[in-house]
Structures are given as structure tokens and as C-alpha cells.
Write a protein that binds this ligand. Structure first.
Ligand code: PMP
Length: 347
């Protein structure tokens, strides 16, 4: 049986979190003389003089309706990079515990582990960029706290096999993070549906990709109430700005706009793939379920640098394991994609 209590860092069990007087009074009207705010308003047209809701209840309720998950299973952070960092701080004892990642994958899992002085164990994806479950389970040790799985995976673009993720969820007695930053671009269902089945599951999603809100910094973690309780206890009290909360709340009325942008990106993805495949310089365009391609080209680093001099910026992944001569290309607008193809033709 999965037991979260055994995973929490011991010194956090009795932590008394920061509290404010607004924990005792939830109303919007009143004489607020508790938080040393400016009573007159702000220097901007809109007033931002009051601290924002620390638990973002209104926004979570709305996100919960859209994602079909109850608000008490949602953590909102400053990008999904915030919950990634908080998971280390909540569950991994520096210098003692370890986590498992599956390279090639998103770089922040390791950076966050390094910042927190937590050992990273690596089990490489298979040559088809799929999870190697046996290798993951063989790598698990007494002090392994978290396995990070990214699907669709960055930088390869593919979904890993869902049954393999479930196998890890079933057989690993620690936390399993399924990072679904690119979920809107794939056909497969979200693991949010599996939250009731697996108490050790944490699903990450973000507003930075399909929703087009990267600058607002809003990431989501969906998890059990118990895990949420731990994250809430250690997060900064006002981790999401009022501007972000209000802007995204209003933007959630425009789901059709997001859907239309995703449709356009998917359409452009088809065209970009066939255009890339016609170029002599391109050796392979890997299959993708995301809004980018991993593309194998001759002399990738040279291509990358030459394009930068033409102000076309790609992501050089050629030094990354299993991605030799790989470049990651985001699907842009038709004009942007054409500019890239024309520039590649001239190399
Ligand atoms: N997960 C993956 C797989 C990503 O590629 C990224 C961003 N590139 C993130 C998480 C972080 O997203 P955010 O902007 O929400 O911090």
C-alpha cells in the first residue's frame, strides 16, 4: 500500500506554515488593517494594493470544471517549474534521497535536483524513445522518492506507452510525476483520469504552451489531497500574482480560442513535417505528439549556428543522449515555418 507519510521529509511533518489573518476571514468586504497594505490603491490604473488569494480558490474552481477534477486536488504554481522544485523540497532529503529521470527528457528535473542537492539516477529511454520499465524498477533503491516521466516527451515529442507509465505507477512505491506540458497536442487521454486509482500520481500541466500564456507563469499539479496538503504547507504564501490569477480566470472564457490555435498548430505541424522531409540536409523527422519536432540533420550544431545568424532560433539538442545531430523545432505560424524552410534550403 502506498503511504505518503513515509516519503515526507521528517522535519516538515511538524512544520508550522506561514499564516495570515485572511485565513480567519474570507470575505471581500471589511476594514482590512491586517497586512500593512496601501489603503489608497495603486500607482497603476487597476488596483493591485491587496495581497492575492494564497490558495487561488476561484481560479482553481474554474480550472477544475474544465479539467473535470475537484479543486482540492489542484496545486497552482509559478509555472510547472515551481511544483517540480517543491516536490524536491517536500520529499527529498539533500544528500540522502534520490530521484529517477528518463533521458533524453526535460532538463529542469535534473537542474532542480542539483539545486536541491538530490542525487539523480538516469534510466535512458529505449531507442524508440519509450520507457524502459525494467531498467527503472532495477534502478529504484531504498531512498528513491520520485520517478519523473514526461509524455509527450521533451525533446523527442512522442508519447511514451501509457501501459508502461501505469506499470511504474503500480510497481514503484514512491511518487510518479507524469509531466503533460504538451497534452493539448496529443490524442491520448490525460492521466488526470487516473488520480483516483493511484495515490502516488502527480500530473503536471501548464498554461505556457497551448494556452499561449507563458509570460504569465502558471503551472498546474494535479494530485491527491494529501500530497496537495504538503505542497501547500511549504509553498510561498502568495506564489501566484493577482494579475496572473485574474487574467487567466478571464481567459478561461475563451477556450475556443485556445482550441483554434491548437488546431492551427496541428495543421502547420503536418505541413512543416512534409516540408522538412523534402530537404536534403534533413536525415529524419521523428514522429511527434507535441508542438515541436526532433529533427536529425547533417552537422546539427553548424546548422543551428548558421540559422541564429539569420535570426532563426531553434534548440540544439545534438549533444543530448540519443539525440545525436538532433535539433528541436517548434511549430510556428505558416510564415515562420516558411522562413525556416527557405533558410534551410539556402544552407
Ligand atoms: N515540462 C516540460 C516538459 C516542458 O517542456 C516545460 C517548458 N519547456 C515545462 C514543464 C515548464 O513549463 P512552465 O512554463 O509551466 O514552467
Amino acid at each position: 500500500m502506498f503511504d505518503l507519510k513515509g516519503l515526507i521529509r521528517p522535519h516538515l511533518k511538524d512544520l508550522v506554515p506561514y499564516s495570515s489573518a485572511r485565513d480567519d476571514y474570507k470575505g471581500n468586504d471589511g476594514v482590512f488593517l491586517d497586512a500593512n497594505e496601501n489603503p489608497f490603491g495603486s500607482i497603476t490604473k487597476e488596483n493591485w494594493n491587496r495581497y492575492p488569494d494564497p490558495y487561488q480558490y476561484e481560479l482553481k474552481n474554474k480550472i477544475g470544471e474544465i479539467k473535470r477534477v475537484s479543486a482540492d486536488r489542484i496545486f497552482l504554481g509559478n509555472g510547472s517549474d515551481e511544483p517540480i522544485d517543491l516536490l524536491f523540497r517536500a520529499f527529498c532529503e539533500p544528500g540522502v534521497d534520490n530521484v529517477i529521470i528518463n533521458p533524453p527528457t526535460y532538463g529542469m528535473y535534473k537542474v532542480s535536483a542539483d539545486i536541491n542537492n538530490v542525487e539523480v539516477r538516469e534510466t535512458q529511454l529505449t531507442n524508440a524513445f519509450d520507457l524502459d520499465v525494467k531498467s527503472i524498477l532495477d534502478t529504484v533503491g531504498e531512498r528513491t522518492k520520485i520517478v519523473f516521466i514526461c509524455s509527450p516527451n521533451n525533446p523527442t515529442g512522442n508519447d511514451v506507452t501509457l501501459s508502461r507509465i501505469e506499470e511504474v505507477l503500480k510497481r514503484f512505491n514512491g511518487l510518479v510525476v507524469v509531466d503533460e506540458a504538451y497534452i493539448d497536442f496529443t490524442d491520448r487521454p490525460s492521466f488526470i483520469e487516473k488520480l483516483n486509482e493511484y495515490g502516488n500520481l502527480i500530473v503536471l500541466q501548464t498554461f505556457s504552451k497551448a494556452w499561449g500564456l507563458a509570460a504569465l507563469r502558471l503551472g498546474m499539479a494535479f494530485c491527491s489531497q494529501e500530497i496537495l496538503g504538503v505542497l501547500n504547507k511549504i509553498k510561498a504564501p502568495y506564489n501566484l500574482s493577482g494579475l496572473t490569477q485574474r487574467t487567466v480566470y478571464n481567459a478561461l472564457e475563451n477556450i475556443e480560442t485556445k482550441d483554434k490555435m491548437v488546431d492551427d498548430i496541428l495543421e502547420n505541424r503536418i505541413q512543416l513535417k512534409s516540408d522538412l522531409e523534402c530537404l536534403g540536409i534533413v536525415e529524419r523527422v521523428f514522429p511527434t505528439n507535441a508542438n515541436f519536432f526532433l529533427v536529425k540533420v547533417r552537422n546539427a550544431s553548424d546548422v543551428y549556428r548558421q540559422l541564429i545568424s539569420k535570426k532563426i532560433i531553434l534548440r540544439d539538442r545534438s549533444k543530448v543522449v540519443l539525440c545525436e545531430d538532433g535539433i528541436r523545432i517548434t511549430v510556428g505560424t505558416k510564415e515562420e515555418n516558411n522562413a525556416l524552410i527557405q533558410a534551410l534550403k539556402k544552407l
